[in-house]
Design a protein around this ligand. Structure first.
Ligand SMILES: Cc1ncc(COP(=O)(O)O)c(C=O)c1O
Length: 396
């Protein structure tokens, strides 16, 4: 009667966290600070809100699923400036309503539910990859990101028979929660595997604009393909304004890459009814065209990481990530759940226990023993939280 596959979906990390935290009474002598959720909290730039207000007339018409030509042009131009890669705005770019829905829906394009197959994804991970695989009728293969391997995905650990039935690989670069950026050598190895086995690659790049060295932005999938002298065969990159432009409520991003896959995706999306509002399209054009607000945003994150990381490093095993806005810290004693609950009870600071961000699989949970700390709050609150974590972890 009902779709039984819905029962395969695991509770979302924050659902599990809320259950664990139920009944805890945080020490109210401390003001609450929440660094558990990866929601940007720097102000949304006025240029976006002004563009929305100036374009409300757009509400009078149905938008095309492919987006307007000016939006696709603006995205293609941004890709050109950011990655030095030329894409055809007519066939190699599609606007999406945030990268989350697109990462989820894309599995429907490459997985034939009658046939199933494998979807390879990192672990710990953004849980949408797993849900997309399960609802499409595929079986996830979880690639552990372990400290002893620098939290990198080891493609060579996937057995040949799994690759042979793999339809899709999700990867996240810069990674959530580890901040690791996929290197050109890693891309080369993955492209070779894709050429051999025919699977598609979904590169989740929603943290690509949060980095520390203005002269060295993280490598992107399309850029890697071009650097290796390839086209975009079986490759699609997912990008978003949510973190780049502090606009998670806008619901705006894009996918870019393999024209044949995007043609199929457009067909799927037309039926699914996921066109972007013309008002959001107008604001998105403005956002993709402006880099000043993005550089300001990065500066703010940089200042927070510079202030907070050395403090935390005195009591936790942690270092500044390559990119993104998370610290992935190993907790003393190794019990991340207890660490998170006790920190909340005693110091009113919320962080996300790493085991909730990873799947326990084949006897191990590669997120266990770690917490994710999102430096999304004001510099003062992040610093205050770091001071409290320091006190907590040193037992004073
Ligand atoms: C790894 C990762 N991918 C994708 C998303 C989705 O972002 P959005 O749908 O806002 O573009 C998030 C949001 O937190 C994320 O952490």
């Amino acid at each position: 009667m009902l779709n039984q596959k819905l029962d395969l979906l695991h509770p979302y990390p924050f659902e599990r966290l809320a259950k664990l935290q139920a009944g805890i009474e945080p020490d109210s002598s401390h003001l609450p600070i929440n660094l558990s959720i990866g929601e940007p909290r720097h102000p949304t730039p006025a240029l976006l809100t002004e563009a929305m207000c100036a374009n409300v007339a757009g509400l009078a018409s149905y938008p095309a699923t492919a987006g307007s030509a000016p939006l696709r042009d603006a995205i293609a131009a941004w890709i050109g400036r950011r990655y030095g890669v030329e894409v055809d705005p007519a066939t190699e770019v599609l606007p999406v309503n945030g990268s989350r829905e697109a990462l989820f829906a894309f599995a429907q394009v490459v997985i034939d539910s009658a046939e199933g197959g494998h979807v390879v994804c990192p672990n710990p991970f953004y849980q949408i990859y797993e849900g997309a695989a399960l609802l499409a009728g595929a079986t996830p293969w979880y690639l552990p990101q372990k400290p002893e391997h620098g939290y990198r995905c080891d493609w060579s650990s996937v057995p040949g028979e799994v690759w042979a039935s793999t339809r899709l690989v999700y990867l996240c670069t810069p990674g959530n929660p580890t901040g690791v950026v996929t290197t050109l050598d890693e891309w080369r190895a993955l492209f070779e595997l894709s050429d051999r086995h025919g699977f598609a690659i979904a590169s989740d790049e929603c943290y690509s604009e949060i980095y520390f060295d203005e002269a060295a932005p993280p490598l992107g999938a399309l850029q890697a393909a071009r650097a290796l002298g390839r086209g975009f065969d079986r490759l699609v990159a997912f990008s978003s304004l949510s973190k780049r432009s502090n606009a998670p409520g806008l619901r705006s991003g894009f996918v870019a890459g393999d024209a044949a896959l995007l043609g199929r995706f457009l067909r799927y999306r037309t039926y699914h009814g996921s066109a972007m509002s013309p008002v959001v399209q107008a604001a998105s054009i403005t956002a993709w065209a402006d880099e000043a607000h993005v550089a300001d945003n990065r500066r703010l994150y940089r200042e927070k990481f510079d202030a907070v990381t050395p403090l935390l490093a005195r009591v936790l095993e942690v270092s500044r990530p390559e990119a993104g806005f998370y610290l992935w810290a190993r907790v003393p004693g190794g019990d991340d759940i207890q660490f998170g609950l006790d920190l909340l009870r005693q110091y009113n600071v919320r962080v996300l226990p790493g085991s909730l961000l990873a799947r326990e699989w084949r006897g191990e949970n590669p997120g266990a023993g770690f917490v994710r700390i999102a430096l999304v709050d004001t510099p003062a609150n992040c610093l205050e939280a770091a001071g409290r974590i320091q006190q907590f972890a040193s037992g004073s």
